[in-house]
Each structure stands twice: as C-alpha cells, then as structure tokens.
Design a protein around this ligand. Structure first.
Ligand SMILES: NC(=O)c1ccc[n+]([C@@H]2O[C@H](COP(=O)([O-])OP(=O)(O)OC[C@H]3O[C@@H](n4cnc5c(N)ncnc54)[C@H](OP(=O)(O)O)[C@@H]3O)[C@@H](O)[C@H]2O)c1
Length: 367
C-alpha cells in the first residue's frame, strides 16, 4: 500500500467558511432515508443526492418520506445531480461519498463509477449495502482514503419515484475499514504504519457520522464498532439474508413466514444459518457474541413476519438483477480463502446464479 499523506480530516462542520459536503450515490430507499437524516444546513452539513431513473422527480420536488420513526416530511437535499460527472463538476471536493446502490459487482464497477468524486487521500467513502466483501473493490481503487463500512436493518422501500416509505427500524452500525482479511491474518492493518493510520481515520469518520445521525438526525440506535466487530455484524446479517433471500426465490416465491412454517424449508434455513455460525470463528477470528440472535431465535421471530418478502425475491419478480455475489458468492470465496467450505451456501449460489443466467440468455434470445 502506498504511503498515506498526512491529510486533513474531512470537514467537521465547525468551520463556518467550509461546509461539509456529503453526497449519496444511489437515491433509492436506503439512500433517501439516511440522507434525509444527515442534511443539516444550520450546522453547515450539506447533503446532496446523485439520482438516476428518479432524477426528474427528485430535482423538481425533493423526496417525500413516509416514516414510522419520524412521521411524514419532505426532504429537500442541498442539490440533486443526474450523474456522477455533474456532481464532480459542481463541488471541487466532496468530504463524504456514501454509496447506497444495490451491490452488484457482477454488473457494474461502482468503485470506478464514483472515482471522479473522490479526492485522493481525503474523501471518506461510506458503503451502506448488504452482503460481505463489498469494501474490497473500493479499498483496491482508493488505497489512501478512509472507508466506513455500514450495515443497516432499516425496512424501507421506494414506493414510487420520489416517495420513500420507512416501515420500521433505523439501526445502522458503522465501522472503519482497512482490510479485514489481512487484519484477521495479522497483515497490513495490524502491522501498523499506513494501515494503522487509515484505520484511525476510518474510525474517526465513523464516529463523526454517528454523531451527526444520532445527535442531529435523531437516529437513536446508530452504533460504532471496531473493524472486526463491524464485519461480525455483516456476517450475522448474512445469516438472515443468505438463508432467506435465495431460498425465497428458489422455493418458487415464498415469503419469510411462509417458509419457516414449512418443516423441510425450516430445516434448510436453519442449516444455512448454522453453516455461517460455525464458519465465522475461522473467517473472522472471533465467534458471534452471546447477544446476537441465534438461528433458532431468528426462525422463531420470523414466524410473526407474515407477508414480508425478501428484497431478492422482489428483485427477481421485477426482473432486476439480484445481489447474488455479495450475499452468496463473496462469502463462499472469502471462507474458502480461510480453508472453510460452505456447501449449503455454495449450492444456493450455483443454482441462483444459474437461474439468473438462464433468464438473461432467454431475454437475449440465446436459449
Ligand atoms: N431497502 C431496505 O430496507 C434495505 C435494508 C437493509 C439493507 N439494504 C441494502 O441497502 C442497499 C440499497 O438498497 P435499496 O433498497 O435502497 O435499493 P434501491 O431502492 O433499489 O436503491 C438503489 C438506488 O441506486 C440507484 N443507482 C444504481 N446504480 C446507479 C448509478 N450508476 N448511478 C446513480 N444511481 C444509481 C438506483 O437507481 P435506478 O432506480 O435508476 O435503478 C436506485 O435508486 C442494498 O445493498 C440493500 O441490500 C436495503
């Protein structure tokens, strides 16, 4: 890794002459909800959105939020941009670039996409996405920038262009990211030097964002973790996502509660979760803590979640690409790199990826 220059921190909002410039890439459910809790012009924190298909609506009217936690309100961001180049031209230096697209590394290289927004060694990159291994392409492309990895349990959806509904939950967990894989094996990050400095700056950015989201944005359950604990949260959420999401598609389109009431599917879901549970100590060097919901508890609480469909099933039904690589492919590969096979996950991965491929070949008339 190249030496990290002694770079000033991203803006803190304390200098009246220097606003903090924050931009969200991906103005969907998660992006609009968390951006709306992070725009505080009176504190000199100015949050903008980069939108795509919903750009005309957002530019004209802002975002209508219908929230369980904060009531209904309209969010008028600092600016809405139709593209990354437009945002890069408008603001010479972005302090924070927050990526809230779906994580689809097999479809698009979003680290390359955001490059025009990133000032080398300064801009802090924040990734609020599901799955594991999402940080790696950003760390490879931006070796000198602080990265904050973030996991949210929010339940939110964009019900129509510019209308975002938050159904429940607000929790977001944040942690600096250097390179967890080398951290676990005692590599770059734990070896001191540049890794240590990057880790420190990532942790500072995580703490700063947590303060703004919590104190100014009213998100009471924002939490800051160390790098490995944050990965622990990612892998724990993966227990739910990797078990329920692909199974909902492969079982023919069944919702979560419906699946856990079927004895064979319930055993299968438990098997996937237990496989991850047993692998985690070897992948991350620590096991899940006492406070983390066990597979049995997850299954039990899902019984009440009637009518809920996992996002992967909604994507499949709408003909959109699924987050198959970050939810299945990456964990299988990361675990294999640590000498751990995840056979149930590997089967789900192979089958789901194939379903997607066959559908696409059909669309292209290549069947
Ligand atoms: N929704 C939830 O409740 C929830 C909860 C926990 C975690 N997550 C995770 O959070 C992440 C975001 O999910 P989401 O539900 O917010 O997805 P979403 O509603 O589909 O939003 C993604 C947004 O990114 C935009 N986008 C994609 N590529 C873009 C590009 N190149 N330039 C500009 N905009 C681009 C999309 O625009 P288009 O409309 O043009 O495609 C869309 O508006 C995912 O990893 C998801 O798994 C979601």
């Amino acid at each position: 890794m190249a030496p990290t220059p002694a770079a000033p921190k991203p803006g803190s909002g304390s200098d009246p002459e220097r606003p903090v410039h924050i931009v969200f890439v991906g103005a969907g459910a998660v992006g609009c909800f968390y951006a709306s809790r992070l725009h505080h012009p009176t504190h000199n924190i100015r949050t903008s959105l980069i939108a795509r298909s919903n750009y005309p609506t957002l530019a004209a009217h802002g975002v209508m939020l219908q929230t369980h936690s904060f009531g209904d309100y309209t969010f008028h961001p600092e600016a809405v941009y139709p593209s990354v180049p437009a945002a890069a031209t408008a603001v010479p230096e972005w302090d924070y670039v927050i990526v809230t697209t779906k994580a689809l590394p097999d479809r698009s290289d979003d680290a390359a996409l955001i490059a025009p927004l990133v000032t080398d060694g300064r801009t802090c990159l924040v990734l609020i996405q599901n799955g594991v291994g999402v940080e790696a392409p950003y760390r490879a492309r931006f070796p000198r920038n602080p990265i904050v990895s973030a996991v949210t349990v929010v339940s939110a959806e964009q019900v129509s262009h510019g209308v975002v509904r938050q159904n429940r939950w607000t929790r977001v967990s944040l942690g600096g990211y250097v390179d967890s894989a080398s951290l676990v094996s005692g590599g770059a990050a734990s070896a001191g030097g540049d890794g240590e400095e990057l880790g420190r700056r990532g942790a500072e950015c995580a703490a700063q964002l947590a303060d703004w989201w919590g104190r100014l944005g009213g998100i009471r359950d924002v939490e800051v973790k160390d790098e490995i604990d944050l990965q622990m949260v990612r892998w724990h959420k993966l227990c739910i996502n990797a078990a329920f999401n692909p199974s909902a598609v492969l079982s023919g389109g069944r919702g979560n509660a419906d699946m856990v009431r079927d004895a064979e599917l319930r055993a299968h879901l438990k098997g996937v979760m237990e496989e991850i549970w047993e692998a985690v100590p070897r992948v991350l060097g620590r096991g899940f803590g006492e406070g983390m919901a066990s597979p049995e508890r997850i299954l039990k609480s899902t019984e009440r979640n009637v009518g809920s469909k996992p996002s992967m099933l909604l994507d499949w039904e709408a003909g959109r690409p699924m987050e198959v690589e970050v939810i299945l492919g990456n964990p299988v590969r990361i675990a294999r790199g640590k000498g751990v096979e995840l056979p149930r996950m590997q089967s789900l991965y192979a089958l789901l990826r194939s379903m997607q491929e066959v559908r696409e070949r059909g669309r292209e008339g290549k069947l």
